[in-house]
Design a protein around this ligand. Structure first.
Ligand code: FDA
Length: 307
């Protein structure tokens, strides 16, 4: 029952200020965040790269409220693309973006986000890498998929995230299961109303499997974004059934979560990509991680108790 409360808190400015200021929060945050600055994130990239893991980098930030912040987001990603290109990491490291950090929620936000993200996608291509559009709450899905379609005209390798908890997602999977498409399938991390999303975890899991079947049977490149051992096993089985080689799909997990499992999949010959968040605006991301797993919250509360 705590999950929905934490998800509501993830969008509260008052709670953001309290949690962000608490000195005890930092060590727990560090478990999920690679650092606050680009250099720290690049150090994490190199370390994971040495372990055979690929990465996708997220410069933390979301729900920005003015155009100058959107430009700062754009510039942070341009610097990231440059750093990846300079180190020749483009083949192993891609970038994940949240369009709300590029201005999507501002008045006229669809066009603002498209204008701000386009140079980032261009810079990614120059650095030999690509961009995946994260998916945020359900009100943004149409705009995000329209921006994806626009970007893919010039950069067909641009990817997107689909969330199995939304009723619409099986249709979106069918639409995006074609040649050249890159879809990261996740269960979904936002608090969504019953009018648009499954509320029961079992229903979300079943929908995930239905979506996975569509993507794995298709001609695109499925990216399985889940820590759930059942989903990993089902994806492997579907890969075999559809004659996919191990490089024709990949697994993705979040930084700091199930690291032994990440290594196990690499050892089995799978492509395994770690989602690395970095930056100072970690609050929303951190609260969603607490909300989705009681053990994460316990870890946080235990650190409060042992101070
Ligand atoms: P879930 O939380 O349902 O847990 C199922 C099982 O997995 C558990 O019972 C346990 O066995 C295992 N497990 C999970 N967490 C574990 C842990 N910490 N330690 C050990 N075992 C654990 N969401 C979104 O809305 N938009 C987005 O763009 C993205 N992007 C994204 C990228 C990547 C790479 C990932 C992995 C996830 C996202 N998400 C996301 C988040 C996603 O929607 C979802 O909230 C989380 O991945 C949690 O769901 P899972 O499928 O991982 O397992």
């Amino acid at each position: 029952m705590l999950g929905p409360v934490l998800l509501a808190a993830s969008r509260s400015d008052v709670i953001r200020r309290i949690v962000s200021a608490a000195p005890v929060t930092r060590p727990v945050v560090d478990r999920f965040i690679a650092g606050e600055v680009l250099d720290e994130s690049m150090a994490a990239v190199r370390k994971l790269d040495q372990q055979g893991l690929e990465v996708t980098l997220d410069h933390l930030g979301e729900d920005i409220t003015d155009r100058s912040e959107a430009l700062r987001t754009r510039d942070a990603y341009l610097a990231l693309a440059k750093a990846l290109g300079a180190e020749g990491l483009g083949g192993r490291a891609e970038m994940s973006v949240k369009l709300s950090a590029f201005g999507q929620a501002l008045p006229g936000g669809h066009d603002i986000a498209l204008a701000n993200v386009t140079p980032v996608v261009e810079a990614a291509a120059e650095a030999g890498t690509t961009v995946t559009l994260d998916m945020e709450d359900h009100t943004t899905v149409d705009s995000t998929l329209a921006i994806l379609a626009e970007l893919r005209k010039r950069f067909p390798q641009t990817g997107a995230v689909l969330q199995s908890y939304l009723f619409r997602t099986e249709d979106d999977c069918r639409a995006l299961a074609g040649e050249g498409s890159r879809v990261r399938l996740v269960k979904g991390a936002y608090k969504e109303p019953a009018s648009v999303a499954y509320q029961d975890k079992r229903e979300v899991d079943l929908a995930y499997v239905r979506c996975l079947k569509i993507l794995m049977a298709g001609k695109g490149y499925p990216m399985i974004g889940s820590h759930d051992p059942r989903m990993v096993a089902i994806a492997q089985e579907l890969g075999r059934r559809h004659g996919r080689t191990l490089d024709a799909y990949e697994f993705q997990m979040l930084y700091g979560i199930r690291e032994a499992e990440q290594q196990r999949l690499v050892a089995e010959g799978h492509r395994m990509r770690v989602y690395i968040p970095y930056g100072t605006d970690w609050y929303g991301y951190f609260m969603r991680r607490l909300a989705e797993r009681p053990a994460n919250l316990t870890f946080f509360l235990r650190s409060l108790a042992t101070r």
